[in-house]
Design a protein around this ligand. Structure first.
Ligand code: BES
Ligand code: MN
Ligand code: ZN
Length: 489
């Protein structure tokens, strides 16, 4: 368990493994406690440390700060260009540096600048350190996670009450982020539709969420033929899980979250090449985000009713697999010609979005690792957002910038719908060319939504190729924090 404290001391008397000190470049502007500022100035005068953004220098037993074993200076760059996000990431980068050393007792100086509210700075410091405090070791021979035991944030006189009040929400968001990382890291051998549904049921019970699961028989009866077709090649049968969070008081609105939960995407008969499959245990990240967000809703007591739908399937080649050329009758009644079994996410979501449309909610938001094209377009640090409700899209873009989880709107270009026309069915599941692949996938989904306020997120930012700032290599765990930011307000 991590012990978190935020207090208005200066930090110069901190005793522990490492004191993290964020510093601005440009020497005159430090408003650091004197003993610490002396250390920082000396390093900047005598070495080539410039306090550029994310630049890190470890100092052993710094002069004048006698009880701290290590001090880690981390650059924030120029003060004029500071943002909450830079503070969160710089603190996170320094925290991960300490984490890898195995340091347990950590202090952080909350940086002082007149350009930002200090309570918001404190929140960013807490988030950066907490998001960084993660290590996936479940599959090591000796699972000994490197995690902090104590985190102390020093504000040097600034009031800490607002940040303290935000702690439950911060902790719920961080726990959800870490839960998504855990789930997306778990091998498909252990996390498959049935085991995922069982785990969701346990969590639902713990957090007093409503829980319903449909197995293959009910799904077939319910007309989820498009989703069922994706799973038919696997020995592991599909599940659709419905979770329900209701606030104590009358809900301000009702939101449905839909998550793509392809527990493994081999491509099916349209088999991926080996490198294309390496990260496909993470093709259930949308569903993981929905589950983790529902748990966080309960922990943070959001004032909105939230329904979560997880579409859990495994996409495998076998003698039973769906074949290119097959025509599926989706739950909506629309028929789909499958020409590529690797475009399976949209087949799963087609049925789920139609199902969600009937729930009388105010908004539908789906989250899916839908296209490799999106990763090519935006890289692995930004996810794409599309929607038929521009106000909602803008609210979510705001939530993304507040939480530092980058979203970027792409257009639903109606004229591209043309390339999804099928000669034999109502729609086909690929265009046959690679242009605008994330957009044409979103347009495919739109055909199955019967609701005026729908948003789709193509999760290109959910898997990081490298270790960076507070994010480890692998699943980033983004999603729940921006969803929570939206649902709280
Ligand atoms: N799950 C993949 C998309 C994906 C690939 C996400 C790599 C993140 C990283 C999806 O099911 C898929 O295979 N999409 C195909 C669609 C194509 C066949 C039209 C793709 O992107 O190649
Ligand atoms: Mn696929
Ligand atoms: Zn997929």
């Amino acid at each position: 368990m991590l012990n978190i404290d935020i207090n208005s001391q200066s930090g110069k008397d901190f005793s522990g493994d490492v004191l993290i000190v964020p510093v601005f470049s440009g020497r005159e502007r430090h408003r650091l406690p004197l003993a610490i500022s002396k250390v920082a100035r000396q390093v900047m005068d005598e070495s080539d440390f410039k306090a550029d953004y994310l630049e890190i220098v470890p100092l052993h037993h710094p002069n004048g700060v006698k009880d701290c074993r290590w001090m880690v200076l981390v650059g924030l760059g120029e003060e004029e260009a500071v943002t909450h996000n830079k503070i969160r990431k710089a603190v996170g980068a320094a925290a991960r540096y300490g984490l890898k050393k195995g340091w347990k007792k950590v202090g952080v100086i909350s940086p002082s600048t007149s350009l930002l509210d200090h309570d918001e700075v404190q929140v960013a410091v807490l988030e950066g350190a907490l998001l960084a405090n993660y290590d996936f070791v479940a599959y090591k021979g000796k699972p000994e996670p490197k995690r902090f035991e104590v985190l102390e944030v020093f504000t040097n006189g600034d009031d800490t009450r607002k940040a303290r009040r935000r702690l439950p929400q911060i902790e719920a968001g961080v726990a959800a982020c870490h839960r998504v990382r855990d789930l997306a890291s778990t091998p498909a051998a252990d996390l498959y539709p049935e085991s995922f549904a069982d785990m969701a049921q346990k969590l639902a019970k713990q957090h007093k969420l409503g829980f319903e699961a449909m197995g293959p028989d009910e799904l077939t009866k319910g007309g989820f033929n498009s989703l069922m077709a994706v799973g038919q090649g696997s020995a592991r049968t599909p599940r659709v899980v419905k979770l329900e969070y209701k606030p104590k008081e009358k809900p301000k609105k009702h939101v449905v979250l839909v998550g793509k939960g392809v527990c493994f995407d081999s491509g099916g008969l349209s088999l991926k090449d080996p490198s294309g499959m390496e990260t496909m245990k993470g093709d259930m990240t949308g569903a993981a985000i929905v589950l983790a967000t529902l748990v966080a809703c309960a922990e943070a007591a959001v004032p909105v009713q939230v329904t979560g739908i997880l579409g859990l399937v495994e996409n495998m080649p076998s003698g039973n697999s769906c074949k290119p050329g097959d025509v599926l009758k989706s739950r909506s009644g629309k028929t789909i010609e499958v020409l590529n079994t690797d475009a399976e996410g949209r087949l799963v979501l087609a049925d789920l979005l139609h199902y969600a449309s009937g729930m009388g909610a105010d908004h539908i938001v789906d989250l899916a690792t839908l296209t490799g094209a999106c990763v090519i377009a935006l890289g692995d640090g930004v996810s794409a957002i599309y929607g038929t409700d521009q106000k909602l899209v803008e609210r979510l873009l705001d939530a993304g910038s507040t939480t530092g989880e980058h979203l970027w709107q792409l257009p639903l270009v109606e004229e591209y719908r043309e390339s999804l026309k099928s000669p034999v069915a109502d729609i086909k599941n690929i265009t046959g060319h690679r242009r605008g692949g994330s957009i044409t996938a979103a347009l495919f989904l739109k055909d199955f939504v019967q609701h005026e306020s729908w948003v789709h997120v193509d999760l290109s930012g959910c898997w990081s190729a490298a270790d960076r700032d507070y994010r480890p290599q692998g699943p980033t765990g983004e999603g729940p924090r921006w969803l929570l930011d939206w649902l709280m307000a």
